[in-house]
Design a protein around this ligand. Structure first.
Ligand SMILES: *Cc1c(COP(=O)(O)O)cnc(C)c1O
Length: 356
């Protein structure tokens, strides 16, 4: 098999440790002689897995007391609806920085007034700055990393009202001050585990303020009370997620992840900035994502985009095509992507440039 490099945006690369440990657990989970696929989620072995995953979430992100960690189904997309269902009384504020924020806003509008600050005017190529968060809204929602547009908010805002972030594609990529948030959530399949498990970090005291009747499965309080076991959780995916958390811990935690991510992204951004063919799509350097690096060919070389994709794929660079809604290229440089893969992509870009 030829050497391949995985730049897919999601589902995406996970640590080799995660794959190997999950393979073992599929054969024989925790010495039970049974597969992780085939053992009760009420077994003490699975309960230990869930507890360990919750504990590592709290340790690695320094989550203060008063917060719960949930592992649910439905993807980040179900959270788009669960958030207003549980938390909106009258009005919320959303920062619209791309496709995913936009989808979250659409759901919120079903439940009340939504005030929006957007960067849609320039195709989401920047992150809005200098806006104020209204103190009369029930919560403020933003997407920290815009997986499709390639922008990222790499700091924690100060918000006068409960703050909620979709961190699907940059969770565990840097330290986060969880105490500033009412809730942080995301699908696991970008930086954490296989698709099918959604993590929610939620401050317990933000719940119970709406009179709305909430269906059981959509009610955060139920999931908190039942410890993510109201119904059968995605057990194997939680097991795999736990392996990634262990790997992050072994590497030295989120500070080490951040240092490696900055270094990897810098190598690729420098190569693009110094190339005669390629150009980064994001307007401001400080808004550039460290997780999803989006770029295109300069106007005069636009006709070479398909050729480059074919060349890159021939060289084993997989998943470099931009999202179907925006085109161009996207290289995802998540925690588990080794620096060697970034260097290999840069070499491929240089080789292509020489060949034309
Ligand atoms: C991928 C992604 C989603 C959608 O996640 P699903 O788990 O597929 O619902 C939402 N938000 C962001 C930022 C994403 O990258």
């Amino acid at each position: 098999m030829k050497k391949v490099h995985n730049f897919y945006a999601g589902p995406s690369i996970l640590p080799e440790f995660t794959y190997q440990e999950t393979i073992k657990a599929i054969e024989n989970f925790a010495g039970t002689g049974l597969s992780i696929m085939s053992i009760s989620h009420r077994s003490k072995q699975f309960e230990a897995t869930l507890n360990e995953a919750t504990g590592l979430f709290k340790k690695l992100l320094n989550i203060p007391d008063g917060y719960s960690v949930l592992f649910l189904g439905g993807g980040a997309s179900l959270q788009f609806a669960m958030i207003p269902f549980n938390l909106m009384i009258k009005k919320a504020m959303y920062l619209d920085t791309g496709t995913w924020s936009n989808k979250a806003i659409k759901e919120a509008k079903l439940f009340g007034d939504v005030e929006v600050i957007s960067s849609k005017d320039k195709n989401y190529s920047y992150v809005p700055k200098g806006f104020s968060i209204p103190s009369d809204a029930d919560y403020f929602h933003f997407t920290s990393n815009n997986t499709i547009a390639g922008t990222e908010i790499k700091h924690d805002f100060d918000s006068p009202i409960p703050m909620i972030a979709d961190m699907s594609s940059d969770i565990f990529s840097r330290p986060v001050d969880v105490s500033k948030y009412a809730m942080i959530y995301g699908g696991a399949q970008k930086n954490l585990g296989p698709a099918g498990v959604t993590f929610v970090i939620i401050k317990d005291d933000i719940l119970g303020k709406t009179d709305r009747k909430i269906p059981t499965m959509l009610n955060y309080q139920i999931h908190i009370d039942k410890g993510s076991m109201f119904n059968t959780p995605p057990a194997m995916n939680i097991f795999a997620t736990l392996q990634t958390l262990k790997w992050i811990d072994q590497q030295g935690g989120v500070e080490v992840m951040q240092k490696m991510n900055i270094e990897k992204a810098q190598i690729l951004y420098d190569a693009i900035d110094n190339s005669k063919l390629f150009v980064v799509k994001v307007d401001n350097v400080e808004d550039r994502s460290l997780m999803n690096i989006t770029f295109v060919m300069k106007e005069e070389y636009k006709n070479l985009e398909a050729d480059f994709l074919a060349f890159a794929s021939e060289k084993g660079m997989l998943g470099v095509k931009g999202h179907r809604s925006v085109g161009g290229f996207r290289a995802s440089t998540y925690n588990a992507l080794p620096k060697e893969s970034v260097i290999a992509l840069v070499e491929t870009m240089k080789e292509f440039e020489k060949s034309i």
